[in-house]
Unconditional design. Structure first.
Ligand code: 5GP
Length: 137
């Protein structure tokens, strides 16, 4: 019998970053506390938690408190205050995690070619080992 995991089905759907924000997504539910997560950092503009499927020894997701589909949506619609607050939060999380000296990588997937899976802007922070080439070839 074929079993279907609904969470994975939802994650596998490619995000169309041109669509309006829909607050029924997983990260909106995490922000509302409807889905559990382990808080790494929180302020007025950002919330950070470990990725459920870590792809490096350190793999942190940072999301804005506001509802934005992607980097495109955020850079278009967010206020200067939200953008500054979010960018500073990403930097502070990496700095406070001791990642500046060894180094880290930021990634924000946008749309189908990037394999964006969740339609709420998230910045991945990868670190903890040499991370290899920028893109798979
Ligand atoms: P994307 O491919 O959209 O850039 O990345 C989405 C990320 O969200 C994936 O790395 C995936 O493992 C992570 N993710 C999806 N659902 C959950 C969840 O419920 N909790 C946590 N902590 N991470 C999740």
């Amino acid at each position: 019998m074929r079993t279907v995991n609904l969470i994975n089905v939802e994650l596998a759907m490619p995000v169309d970053a041109t669509q309006p924000y829909d607050d029924n997504n997983i990260f909106a539910k995490i922000l509302r506390g409807e889905i559990p997560s382990t808080k790494i950092y929180e302020d007025e503009f950002a919330y950070a938690f470990p990725d459920i499927n870590a792809q490096a020894p350190t793999h942190i997701l940072v999301i804005p408190k506001g509802g934005y589909v992607s980097w495109d949506d955020f850079s278009d619609r967010a206020s200067d205050t939200e953008i500054a607050g979010f960018v500073r939060a990403v930097g502070k999380i990496a700095r406070d995690s001791g990642l500046v000296e060894p180094g880290y990588r930021l990634l924000a997937n946008t749309g189908p070619d990037s394999h964006q899976e969740v339609p709420h802007l998230h910045v991945h922070i990868f670190a903890g080992r040499p991370l290899g080439p920028m893109l798979a070839r």
